[in-house]
Ligand binder design. Structure first.
Ligand code: NAP
Length: 255
């Protein structure tokens, strides 16, 4: 068995996931840089100081998930941390991409009254079903680890408490796909945490805050270093840390 702790970060070839990978590698983890395109994962792994290795992983592809779990078992024999970070906010098409559509126009097209059901399905496939499938595939390895941690990278916009508060500033993001996908991810976090509460595996959800990445065409106001802070803290929780929580780097977020 590999003698360093091993962390898998999904969608780690760029953005907040790459920063989470960098920080876990800096703390001595062997980091698996999950990437649906192996070449992009390898390029990203080269930018990480420490032991970082690209791992082909498309969270919407059952074969890819099974192959990734098998590869981890065969090559390292352990997994201590799983960060479910990969997500999409939309399905880019030639007519609807940041190359030719403003952020505001993109948001308008996702309103509940007009958002495409096909896009809702695609977003849930990645942000929700992908998390369930990857977590289930990695659980046998995580159960063997002495103190495993699962971090689901969620978003405050998925908070029903926030969304029903008229003073919530991000209530203007009325996406019928991304926003409900994060509400579902929160529910999934609680479901896994409840089932695993008698084990040594802690399962928590983190919001990175509005961070400048490809996801929002770099409109976010926080750096990836700031965005990675809470997911990394939850990945490193000690034995007295909580499970089944939702937080950002200011503290608890209401569900
Ligand atoms: P990003 O820069 O767009 O990165 C998203 C990552 O997910 C990319 O590596 C992407 O890979 C990967 N991905 C997408 N679909 C995938 C699939 N099917 N299989 C595997 N990987 C896939 O976005 P980000 O802002 O860093 O987002 C990271 C997390 O933070 C997400 O969960 C997001 O919802 C959450 N978040 C972000 C913000 C924000 O303001 N940025 C706010 C709240 C929450 P490709 O390069 O192949 O597309």
């Amino acid at each position: 068995m590999h003698n360093q702790k091993v962390a898998l970060v999904t969608g780690a070839n760029k953005g907040i996931g790459l920063q989470i990978a960098k920080e876990l590698a800096a703390r001595g983890f062997t980091v698996l840089v999950g990437s649906r395109d192996l070449g992009r994962g390898e390029a990203a792994a080269k930018t990480i100081a420490g032991d970082a290795r690209a791992l082909a992983l498309d969270v919407t592809d059952a074969k890819s998930i099974a192959a990734a779990a098998e590869q981890i078992q065969n090559e390292l024999g352990r997994l201590d941390v799983l960060v479910n970070n990969a997500a999409i906010a939309q399905v880019a098409t030639p007519s609807m991409s940041f190359a030719n559509t403003s952020f505001e126009e993109m948001l308008k097209a996702k309103r509940p009254s007009v958002g495409s059901v096909a896009e809702v399905r695609a977003v849930f496939e990645t942000n929700v079903f992908g998390v369930i499938a990857v977590t289930q595939a990695m659980l046998p390895l995580l159960r063997e680890a002495p103190a495993a941690r699962i971090v689901n990278v969620s978003s405050e916009v998925g908070s029903l408490t926030k969304q029903t508060d008229p003073s919530y500033p991000y209530r203007s993001i009325q996406s019928i796909s991304y926003v409900p996908s994060k509400t579902a991810l929160n529910a999934i976090t609680v479901a896994f945490a409840n089932e695993l509460e008698t084990t040594h595996i802690k399962v928590n959800a983190a919001c990175p805050g509005f961070t400048a990445t490809d996801l929002n065409n770099f409109r976010g106001t926080r750096s990836v270093q700031e965005g990675a802070r809470e997911p990394v803290r939850l990945a490193l929780l000690g034995p007295d840390g909580p499970t089944g929580t939702f937080s950002n780097d200011d503290g608890a977020i209401p569900w």
